[in-house]
Design a protein around this ligand. Structure first.
Ligand SMILES: NC(=O)c1ccc[n+]([C@@H]2O[C@H](COP(=O)([O-])OP(=O)(O)OC[C@H]3O[C@@H](n4cnc5c(N)ncnc54)[C@H](O)[C@@H]3O)[C@@H](O)[C@H]2O)c1
Length: 409
């Protein structure tokens, strides 16, 4: 692949467009796209002048080297396994898998195919997080003992509805722990640690009647993770209406490094300070390289670096930092996080998917709160159970969905 352009296809023409826009900057060439939503597919296909498919299996037959999965959030694992088995490299949006059994299937498909698998988590590559990783690895704040990761992204109901077409759309069902990676991945990246156990609590809407929204899952959650170096990380957020905030804090035994929306702060107590080091400094860092491209990309530059790291991994033949083991470790936090919430914070131990024995223990585990998996023994999406939205909520949602061109229920 050294001198050839990497031919890439993208499934999902919503979020998928950010990969389409950035592909050319990383010596990748967009050659095909796939979506079930015909009108949107046609418009995006015309814009990029590429082949279009509504059938994923036919799309995989297109002459290409790699695919980007930006389809439904909870559907990525089976799509990734198919692409890997077809000999294609895969970059997958979050979440990597929706059950523990799918995590095992995904890990084994990557090992079997020997293709590159990258988890497309962009938040670790935002400017503030890259600077925190640099600082952490200078040793200035010592070893991490505690950290906080916060991703809280509320929004007005009509905006939220426009992103969630369909009563069963994942944004209306996803329990909050399942969208954990924007808060957790940056902390793992900054500190090179792995989660080994957790306790979690969910924050449910106060409900006395049928929900006034078609979103029936809880608004947020707090997960305490024990990390493999003994540290404790608190991961919290999702859609609480209090404040839109992206924040990471790393407390080391020699000081604190934190970032809030890109601005970085490093703090030492006076008695911990080394000669010549400021007690407290707050600044806006610069990109180490590719500033122009990163500044133009979405999500604080993160969207440039995901494409960049995927292309580099394919060219070098080496799995990227956000490999399948980190991806499935985070998926396990999502899944067991929800299990812990339903048991009011029970402590649960996470498997290590690098180990055969740990895989075998969960290989058949298809525990899942998603509507596609409904059946005996499956959990609800909310501490309130699986409530039916009110008539007024359904009417309002239908109005917004028609305006977006969505014709389904
Ligand atoms: N990293 C980030 O910052 C970020 C931001 C937004 C979304 N996301 C992730 O990106 C993914 C997509 O998000 P979105 O907002 O575009 O969601 P979405 O649900 O609006 O879009 C998914 C698209 O995939 C298509 N699709 C679903 N199943 C298909 C199939 N079988 N064949 C062909 N097409 C199919 C749908 O028609 C839809 O257009 C999700 O996993 C989400 O979590 C990540």
């Amino acid at each position: 692949m050294a001198n050839k352009k990497i031919r890439v296809g993208v499934i999902g023409v919503g979020r998928g467009q950010s990969f389409m826009q950035g592909a050319q900057h990383c010596d990748m060439e967009l050659v095909a796209i796939c979506d079930l939503w015909k009108e949107r597919l046609r418009d995006v296909g015309k814009r990029y002048k590429v082949a279009t498919y509504t059938d994923y299996d036919r799309f995989l037959e297109h002459d290409m080297d790699a695919v980007v999965l930006a389809n439904y959030c909870h559907d990525h694992a089976p799509f990734a396994v198919k692409a890997l088995d077809a000999g294609l490299h895969v970059m997958s949006e979050c979440i990597a898998a929706r059950t523990m059994g799918q995590c095992v299937e995904l890990v084994e498909a990557v090992e079997r195919s020997k293709r590159i698998y990258m988890f497309a988590e962009n938040y670790p590559y935002m400017l503030g997080c890259q600077e925190l990783r640099r600082i952490y690895h200078t040793g200035e704040i010592g070893d991490v003992r505690y950290a906080e990761g916060e991703y809280n992204h509320p929004g007005e109901e009509d905006w939220r509805l426009s992103l969630s077409p369909g009563v069963n759309h994942w944004r209306n069902w996803l329990p909050p722990t399942y969208y954990v990676t924007h808060a957790l991945a940056p902390l793992m990246y900054i500190t090179d640690t792995w989660p080994v156990a957790l306790n979690a609590l969910s924050i449910a809407e106060k409900r006395t009647q049928a929900p006034q929204s078609v979103k029936i899952s809880d608004v947020g959650s707090v997960i305490l993770c024990r990390m493999d170096n003994g540290a404790v990380f608190r991961i919290w957020g999702l859609g609480m209406s209090s404040i839109h905030r992206v924040r990471y804090e790393v407390h080391g035994d020699l000081g604190l490094a934190s970032t809030l929306h890109g601005e970085v702060r490093v703090h030492h107590e006076p008695w911990m300070r080394k000669p010549g080091v400021l007690t407290d400094r707050t600044y806006n860092p610069d990109w180490p390289e590719f500033a122009e491209l990163a500044n133009k990309a979405g999500h604080g530059g993160g969207d440039f670096w995901t494409n960049f790291n995927f292309a580099n991994a394919i060219r070098s033949g080496k799995q990227p930092y956000l490999n399948v083991y980190r991806a499935t470790a985070m998926a396990a936090v999502s899944i067991l996080g929800w299990k812990s919430c339903l048991q009011e914070g029970q402590n649960l131990v996470l498997p290590d998917f690098k180990k055969k024995a740990d895989r075998n223990a969960v290989r058949d585990d298809q525990w899942s709160p998603f509507p596609e998996d409904a059946g005996p023994g499956q959990p609800p999406v909310s501490l309130n159970g699986n409530l039916k939205p009110s008539k007024a909520a359904l009417k309002q949602a239908a109005k917004v969905w028609r305006a977006c061109g969505y014709k389904g229920k």
